[in-house]
Design a protein around this ligand. Structure first.
Ligand code: URP
Ligand code: ZN
Ligand code: ZN
Length: 465
């Protein structure tokens, strides 16, 4: 038996099992998992003694090279995917955004062009629907068949991205017909806009008013409405970037009733809270993203939600805008600060630190949340999201005990600040493989921009959830 690569002496951790084993890789796939594999003829041998061998991370919520609110997110598909690789993420799903009135296919083609010859890890796309005429409605089935098996809709950002309930309902019906998934940005954008206009009229223009004008009730209401619309349409719904207990409760109730309702949260809602908005001067603009940071007590509810499977996924909602020049666009008016924060690099380390070392869940649940569940929910499994014979050899070799401090001075994202500056992490990726190729070795990127491939995702009807 000859392998291209053998990972020796590691502890394999999947969503279900933990066991000491070697892993053999041939032609980019996992070819053998066994007690002791021969290494004499192997092209490469990686010693994983004392380390965890886990499936590469799957981040299903990123915004690379995205035009938004008068600027463009600062990481493109090269810098963003390299930063992701450093953090142990080997597949991401980004958002191809429809320009109002244009074909959905055009959005897909545009984002394929952005990723082509740039991405260093594998990638796929959700399609954001901003207007659903008859033509776009007819396009949806074809996109799902071509591997874009999920659509994102916005209940917020009126005039920009927000769609009405009828549009949501039609999109859900059509998605259900072809076996796709609806991703929902659930906040009541109409109500928030009224609150925002009143704040501006009262001269409240500092960044903290971004958070203070977006109540948790607006997220809870929209989450409940999204689930009700999905129930009427017979569709599956996935609530993105869930930030607070009001919304969590709606998902819990739906799941208790057996509805196919799913939700993700993001590290920023687990580690940061609204106190950050009290930072002096314009500093708090660094934390202007949507939904905003919440009162601290919500964090414990979110960790509980991850533990009890009310929340199935941790993604990043990576949408970086530099403090200088980009966030500064809103110096005199919080509504002009581009919404979004950087996070693609530290998801695995943060969730391992808070979730596993923090005593909330096992390493297996960790793998489930950052890799297996997102791969299953979005049609990538079993090619991605597990360590199994036949799966892509997307593997992160992880030191669960190494400690580091997160800082913009050392991170690899193309942005001039870190949301998590100074936070101590315990658990870091050492070596990362993408389809069998080592792309991070002892903490250094050794991959190649452009080696990532578009992954055509399966429709939900073919996916075991
Ligand atoms: O503030 C955020 N989250 N920006 C990215 C767009 C979105 O709503 O996901
Ligand atoms: Zn959103
Ligand atoms: Zn987002």
């Amino acid at each position: 038996m000859r392998f291209d690569t053998v990972i020796k002496n590691g502890t394999v951790v999947t969503a279900s099992d933990t066991f000491a084993s070697d892993v053999g890789i041939t032609d980019g796939r996992i070819a053998a998992i066994a007690d002791s594999l021969p290494t004499e003829n192997a092209g490469k041998v990686i010693d994983a003694t004392g380390l965890l061998v886990m499936p590469g991370g799957v981040d299903v919520h990123t915004h690379l090279d995205m035009p938004f609110q008068g600027t463009t997110s600062s990481d493109d598909f090269e810098t963003g995917t390299i930063a992701a690789a450093y953090g142990g993420t080997t597949t991401l799903i980004d958002f191809a955004v429809q320009t109002k009135g244009s074909p959905l296919r055009k959005a897909f083609d545009t984002w394929m062009g952005k990723a082509d010859r740039k991405a260093a890890i594998d990638y796929a796309f959700h399609c954001v629907i901003t207007e659903l005429g008859d033509k776009q409605f007819e396009e949806m089935g074809g996109l799902i068949r071509d591997g874009v098996s999920s659509f994102k809709l916005f209940m917020a950002y009126p005039g920009l991205l927000m769609v009405d309930d009828a549009t949501i309902f039609r999109a859900m019906q059509q998605t259900a017909k072809f076996g796709g998934m609806i991703c929902m940005h659930a906040e009541n954008g109409g109500v928030i806009d009224v609150i925002v206009q009143r704040a501006l009229a009262e001269g409240k223009r500092a960044p903290k008013y971004h958070a203070l004008t977006r109540p948790t009730t607006a997220e809870g209401e929209a989450t409940g409405r999204a689930i009700a619309l999905a129930e009427m349409a017979g569709a599956s719904v996935y609530i993105v970037h869930l930030s607070c207990n009001d919304a969590l409760e709606k998902v819990r109730e739906a799941r208790d009733r057996g509805l196919p309702a799913y939700a993700e949260t993001c590290p920023q809602y687990l580690f940061l809270s609204i106190e950050k908005m009290e930072a002096p001067g314009f500093e708090s603009a660094k934390y202007v993203f949507t939904p905003p940071l919440r009162e601290k007590w919500n964090q414990e509810k979110l960790w509980q939600g991850l533990t009890r499977d009310t929340l199935q996924v941790v993604s990043t909602d990576h949408c970086p805008f530099c403090y200088k020049e980009q966030k500064e666009m809103g110096k005199d008016d919080f509504t002009k600060i581009p919404n979004g924060g950087p996070g693609i690099e530290h998801r695995l380390s943060l969730i391992y630190t808070g979730g596993v070392h923090g005593g909330w869940f096992s390493p297996n649940r960790f793998v489930q949340l950052v890799s297996t569940a997102p791969a299953k929910l979005f049609g990538l499994y079993p090619r991605k999201g597990t360590i199994a014979v036949g799966s892509d050899a997307d593997i992160v070799i992880f030191d669960p005990n190494e400690e580091q401090t997160i800082s913009a001075a050392t991170h690899h994202m193309r942005i001039d600040y870190s949301m998590f500056e100074g936070i101590r992490i315990k658990g870091v990726p050492k070596t990362v493989l993408s389809r069998g190729r080592v792309i991070v070795e002892n903490g250094k990127f050794v991959g190649r921009a452009g080696s990532g491939e578009f992954i055509k995702r399966q429709a939900l009807t073919h996916v075991a959830r």
